[in-house]
Write a protein that binds this ligand. Sequence first.
Ligand SMILES: Cc1ncc(C[n+]2csc(CCOP(=O)(O)OP(=O)(O)O)c2C)c(N)n1
Ligand SMILES: [Mg+2]
Length: 332
Amino acid sequence: MKKVTKEVYLKWYEDMLFWRKFEDKLAAVYIQQKVRGFLHLYNGQEAVLAGTLHAIDPSKDKLITAYRNHVQPIGMGVDPKRVMAELYGKATGTSQGLGGSMHIFSKEHNFYGGHGIVGGQIPLGAGLAFADKYFETGGVTLCYMGDGAVRQGSLHETFNMAMNWKLPVIFICENNGYAMGTSVERTANHTDIWKLGLGYEMPCGPVDGMNPIKVAEAISEAVERARAGEGPTFLEVKTYRYRGHSMSDAQHYRTKEEVEEYKKIDPITQVLDVIKENEYASEEEIKAIDKRVKDLVKECEKFAEESPFPDKNVMYDVVYEQEDYPFLPHKL
Ligand SMILES: Cc1ncc(C[n+]2csc(CCOP(=O)(O)OP(=O)(O)O)c2C)c(N)n1
Ligand SMILES: [Mg+2]
């Protein structure tokens, strides 16, 4: 694995803090009805992305995930202003404001969405990896899913073919404890999700998802295996989301105490503690990072607010139309 230096710690702190504050801002503007539709936030799960980015090569590796997808494209290099504009439904958004919260996408930055159908991205992730293998690009696909998604049948079909073809793909289950309001304990007779890989002889294991180093270690190893042509890996990354499933979740299925327990092992605090213990930055330098983060969130909000809504005619430009439909003339 690439060394985890002082610079890496400082980057992790700044990135994770920005992702957290960016989404806190989204929650605030959602309440003001400036952002509409569903809104699923990633607060608490940031170490999964920070650790991933340390282990991959964003110039050729690809990310695909479910609908909790606002910060991953930012990590892959998409301008956060364009992500916020997309959520506002503005023309300057990543999909001209037509996708919205669950459908952030940037082929240019190797971020393949943004998928609302639970588990829908699992076979698509294997497909991306198939293309990389076929065209010999050397790229690896990181395919994320929730603990709810692993109960979908498509996971098993995909695992089977991915192992059969030794595809360069890493399946990562972000186990945040709940699928909407249903706890992992209630969805299956065992809670070791990583063991689902065993049936396919796929290398697999559990990972501490509250610590970016642990995530980076596990993913680096899996990336190495995939690049060497040895096929897929399945990781169960144990994490937690502080906010509800979406903004309309009253959270009756868990206690406030449980959420507070997890905040004690918050990924941002853990990284900040290491920075302070090792004197990687002075108090002033930490304050300067906090200010940069705050300013950038403000800049994103201003950009989204001031951007125009898309022209109504765009609706017709993005609808699939086939001139020669139907292909065959009807024969009597
Ligand atoms: C096929 C399908 N079934 C049901 C839903 C409704 N639904 C949306 S999110 C969700 C829970 C998924 O939970 P999990 O996979 O753990 O992801 P998390 O929200 O925790 O990130 C459900 C059941 C859906 N979108 N697609
Ligand atoms: Mg979940």
